[in-house]
Design a protein. Structure first.
Length: 157
Protein backbone atom coordinates (compact mmCIF):
# COMPACT_ATOMS: atom_id res chain seq x y z
CA UNK A 1 0.00 0.00 0.00
CA UNK A 2 1.35 3.42 -1.00
CA UNK A 3 0.26 6.48 0.97
CA UNK A 4 0.51 9.80 -0.84
CA UNK A 5 -0.19 13.47 -0.24
CA UNK A 6 -1.78 15.30 -3.18
CA UNK A 7 -2.11 19.06 -3.50
CA UNK A 8 -3.93 20.24 -6.61
CA UNK A 9 -4.20 23.97 -7.31
CA UNK A 10 -6.71 25.59 -9.65
CA UNK A 11 -5.37 27.14 -12.84
CA UNK A 12 -4.29 30.76 -12.19
CA UNK A 13 -5.10 30.08 -8.51
CA UNK A 14 -8.68 30.99 -9.32
CA UNK A 15 -10.93 30.69 -6.23
CA UNK A 16 -13.45 28.19 -7.58
CA UNK A 17 -14.53 26.66 -4.26
CA UNK A 18 -16.26 29.56 -2.48
CA UNK A 19 -19.64 30.19 -0.86
CA UNK A 20 -21.19 30.60 -4.31
CA UNK A 21 -19.53 27.45 -5.63
CA UNK A 22 -21.09 24.73 -3.48
CA UNK A 23 -21.96 22.79 -6.61
CA UNK A 24 -18.27 22.63 -7.56
CA UNK A 25 -17.38 21.53 -4.03
CA UNK A 26 -19.95 18.77 -4.47
CA UNK A 27 -18.04 17.60 -7.57
CA UNK A 28 -14.97 16.99 -5.38
CA UNK A 29 -16.85 15.25 -2.55
CA UNK A 30 -18.87 13.11 -4.97
CA UNK A 31 -15.69 12.09 -6.78
CA UNK A 32 -14.08 11.10 -3.47
CA UNK A 33 -17.13 9.01 -2.60
CA UNK A 34 -17.03 7.38 -6.04
CA UNK A 35 -13.34 6.50 -5.76
CA UNK A 36 -13.80 5.07 -2.26
CA UNK A 37 -16.65 2.84 -3.40
CA UNK A 38 -15.29 1.79 -6.80
CA UNK A 39 -11.50 1.80 -6.63
CA UNK A 40 -8.93 0.16 -4.35
CA UNK A 41 -8.33 3.48 -2.65
CA UNK A 42 -8.47 4.68 0.95
CA UNK A 43 -9.04 8.30 1.92
CA UNK A 44 -7.29 9.40 5.11
CA UNK A 45 -7.77 13.18 5.17
CA UNK A 46 -8.74 15.94 2.79
CA UNK A 47 -9.69 19.58 2.71
CA UNK A 48 -11.08 21.79 0.00
CA UNK A 49 -9.81 25.35 0.05
CA UNK A 50 -10.95 28.22 -2.19
CA UNK A 51 -8.26 27.59 -4.84
CA UNK A 52 -6.79 24.17 -4.01
CA UNK A 53 -7.40 20.78 -2.47
CA UNK A 54 -5.31 18.56 -0.23
CA UNK A 55 -5.83 14.79 -0.15
CA UNK A 56 -3.96 12.22 1.93
CA UNK A 57 -4.74 8.80 0.49
CA UNK A 58 -3.50 5.29 -0.09
CA UNK A 59 -3.71 3.19 -3.22
CA UNK A 60 -4.38 -0.32 -2.00
CA UNK A 61 -2.81 -1.79 -5.13
CA UNK A 62 0.41 -0.38 -6.60
CA UNK A 63 0.42 2.15 -9.43
CA UNK A 64 -3.32 2.60 -9.92
CA UNK A 65 -2.92 6.22 -10.94
CA UNK A 66 -5.41 7.78 -8.53
CA UNK A 67 -3.99 11.28 -8.97
CA UNK A 68 -4.39 11.47 -12.74
CA UNK A 69 -7.75 9.69 -12.75
CA UNK A 70 -9.15 11.88 -9.98
CA UNK A 71 -7.92 15.17 -11.45
CA UNK A 72 -9.10 14.28 -14.95
CA UNK A 73 -12.51 13.17 -13.72
CA UNK A 74 -13.05 16.23 -11.51
CA UNK A 75 -11.87 18.61 -14.24
CA UNK A 76 -14.44 17.22 -16.70
CA UNK A 77 -17.19 17.34 -14.07
CA UNK A 78 -16.33 20.89 -12.99
CA UNK A 79 -16.46 22.10 -16.62
CA UNK A 80 -19.78 20.31 -17.11
CA UNK A 81 -21.25 21.75 -13.89
CA UNK A 82 -19.92 25.22 -14.71
CA UNK A 83 -21.52 25.10 -18.18
CA UNK A 84 -24.89 24.27 -16.57
CA UNK A 85 -24.74 27.30 -14.27
CA UNK A 86 -26.40 30.68 -14.56
CA UNK A 87 -24.17 32.99 -16.65
CA UNK A 88 -23.50 35.21 -13.61
CA UNK A 89 -21.97 32.31 -11.67
CA UNK A 90 -19.89 30.78 -14.45
CA UNK A 91 -16.10 30.75 -14.15
CA UNK A 92 -13.82 31.31 -17.13
CA UNK A 93 -11.81 28.12 -17.53
CA UNK A 94 -10.89 28.75 -21.19
CA UNK A 95 -7.16 28.55 -21.88
CA UNK A 96 -7.07 27.78 -25.62
CA UNK A 97 -3.96 25.62 -25.39
CA UNK A 98 -2.99 23.44 -28.31
CA UNK A 99 -4.11 20.29 -26.50
CA UNK A 100 -7.22 21.58 -24.66
CA UNK A 101 -9.78 24.35 -24.50
CA UNK A 102 -10.38 24.32 -20.74
CA UNK A 103 -8.04 23.77 -17.83
CA UNK A 104 -9.15 23.44 -14.21
CA UNK A 105 -6.02 22.22 -12.42
CA UNK A 106 -2.52 23.63 -12.75
CA UNK A 107 -0.06 21.23 -14.29
CA UNK A 108 2.31 19.30 -12.08
CA UNK A 109 0.18 18.93 -9.00
CA UNK A 110 2.26 18.07 -5.96
CA UNK A 111 2.05 14.36 -5.11
CA UNK A 112 4.39 13.21 -2.35
CA UNK A 113 4.97 9.62 -1.31
CA UNK A 114 4.59 9.36 2.49
CA UNK A 115 6.89 6.68 3.86
CA UNK A 116 7.30 7.60 7.53
CA UNK A 117 4.75 7.52 10.31
CA UNK A 118 5.71 10.95 11.69
CA UNK A 119 5.38 12.50 8.20
CA UNK A 120 1.94 10.91 7.82
CA UNK A 121 0.67 12.42 11.07
CA UNK A 122 2.27 15.81 10.34
CA UNK A 123 0.54 15.93 6.94
CA UNK A 124 -2.79 14.77 8.39
CA UNK A 125 -2.59 17.51 11.03
CA UNK A 126 -1.65 20.10 8.40
CA UNK A 127 -4.69 19.14 6.30
CA UNK A 128 -6.99 19.37 9.31
CA UNK A 129 -5.60 22.74 10.40
CA UNK A 130 -5.23 24.34 6.93
CA UNK A 131 -8.76 25.81 6.85
CA UNK A 132 -8.22 27.35 10.30
CA UNK A 133 -5.03 29.20 9.39
CA UNK A 134 -4.95 33.00 9.58
CA UNK A 135 -4.65 33.25 5.78
CA UNK A 136 -7.90 31.32 5.23
CA UNK A 137 -9.88 32.54 8.25
CA UNK A 138 -12.49 34.26 6.05
CA UNK A 139 -12.82 31.16 3.90
CA UNK A 140 -16.16 29.44 3.46
CA UNK A 141 -14.48 26.18 4.36
CA UNK A 142 -13.32 27.48 7.70
CA UNK A 143 -16.99 27.98 8.58
CA UNK A 144 -18.06 24.52 7.42
CA UNK A 145 -15.06 22.41 8.35
CA UNK A 146 -17.10 20.41 10.88
CA UNK A 147 -19.67 19.44 8.26
CA UNK A 148 -17.18 18.15 5.70
CA UNK A 149 -17.61 14.68 4.29
CA UNK A 150 -17.07 12.03 6.97
CA UNK A 151 -15.12 9.53 4.89
CA UNK A 152 -11.79 9.86 6.59
CA UNK A 153 -10.04 7.63 9.05
CA UNK A 154 -6.53 8.12 10.39
CA UNK A 155 -4.29 5.10 10.42
CA UNK A 156 -0.79 4.12 9.63
CA UNK A 157 0.30 0.68 8.44
Amino acid sequence: MRTQFLTAVSERRKPIFTKDDGDLVEVITSALEYFILNRPFQLHEYCIMPNHIHILYSELKPNLGFKNSFLSYTAKEIVKQNNDRDKGLQHDFIVNKSDRIHQIWRRHSKNILVTKKDHYFAIATYIQKNPESEYWKESFFNETQESRLKLTGRFWN
